[in-house]
Design a protein around this ligand. Sequence first.
Ligand SMILES: *[C@@H]1O[C@H](CO)[C@@H](O)[C@H](O)[C@H]1NC(C)=O
Ligand SMILES: *[C@@H]1O[C@H](CO)[C@@H](O)[C@H](O)[C@H]1NC(C)=O
Ligand SMILES: *[C@@H]1O[C@H](CO)[C@@H](O)[C@H](O)[C@H]1NC(C)=O
Ligand SMILES: *[C@@H]1O[C@H](CO)[C@@H](O)[C@H](O)[C@H]1NC(C)=O
Ligand SMILES: *[C@@H]1O[C@H](CO)[C@@H](O)[C@H](O)[C@H]1NC(C)=O
Length: 265
Amino acid sequence: MKLFLLVTISLCVLYSQAIHGIVINDITVPNLVTISRNDSNDTINLDCDYELSDNEPNLLVKWFMNNKLIYQWIRGHEPAVLPYFRDFIELSKTSDEPDHEYRGLTLTNINIQLNGTYRCSVHTGAQYKSMEKDLHIVDISDDEISFNDRKVQNETHLECTVSNIFPKPILTLVSDNPNTVITMDKANVVLRENAHFDASLTAVAQNADGSDNFDCYVSFEGLPFNISAKAEADELNENADSGALNVNTQTVVNILFVIVTLLMF
Ligand SMILES: *[C@@H]1O[C@H](CO)[C@@H](O)[C@H](O)[C@H]1NC(C)=O
Ligand SMILES: *[C@@H]1O[C@H](CO)[C@@H](O)[C@H](O)[C@H]1NC(C)=O
Ligand SMILES: *[C@@H]1O[C@H](CO)[C@@H](O)[C@H](O)[C@H]1NC(C)=O
Ligand SMILES: *[C@@H]1O[C@H](CO)[C@@H](O)[C@H](O)[C@H]1NC(C)=O
Ligand SMILES: *[C@@H]1O[C@H](CO)[C@@H](O)[C@H](O)[C@H]1NC(C)=O
């Protein structure tokens, strides 16, 4: 009798640990993708990590963006991309296992139209499970940031502008002196025709001793990412310098080539 109970209990435990239908462990959708000038990431991989109970007769995996179907795969068939999304999906095999072959996809031609909520849904004959995550795209590939601080008597007048950036920027003017009071005006934000934004912000700082270092930060609501106007300016200068260096090297090589050619004749 005891043995019988033990066997029954063990079987129950085993049974409840086996997968019933579908379990989605997680989906891979990067929370933040930045498109920047020097960025070589031209694709984003999305994956849907699920487990199925054995011998599910049917399997259908779908991906949605902002509740619109963009992709689907029926086990044993080729995956299909919805026509309006064809330019943005590169078909790629996720796995060699038949249950997982085309469960994920690769986004390509990354641009701000791909910002949104992505959902993977997994269907078997009897069941259906889904999971979704947000993909935030920040486009700083063609932006311009300018920042000015101008002393006027015992005040400093600050002005920061950013143009052609996505999504909507939040500008913040800061000082390295915690005692300096900065009075900011209301930021002016304009939506451009290309769905990017321009913004500007002015402020007055009361800093009698005049030794403050000011900066302007561009951030985005809810995103762990910001740009410092000063750092951006430094980086642009650096790039300009290395550009100049390249030109010089090239010029030297050309001159040497001319000299060598002349010497040969
Ligand atoms: C570029 O891809 C790598 C690896 O795929 C990832 O770690 C990184 O976050 C990506 N960069 C951006 C800006 O998306
Ligand atoms: C690319 O830009 C980022 C900031 O946008 C910078 O941190 C990084 O050093 C740059 N990489 C190269 C190779 O220039
Ligand atoms: C980008 O996508 C996220 C996730 O769906 C959304 O919360 C956010 O509002 C979108 N941003 C813009 C500017 O549409
Ligand atoms: C700045 O100067 C003005 C007058 O020139 C004065 O009224 C004001 O109190 C000064 N502010 C500070 C912070 O010293
Ligand atoms: C900017 O981001 C850094 C981390 O990268 C953070 O420490 C800082 O507080 C942020 N500044 C602003 C003004 O958002």
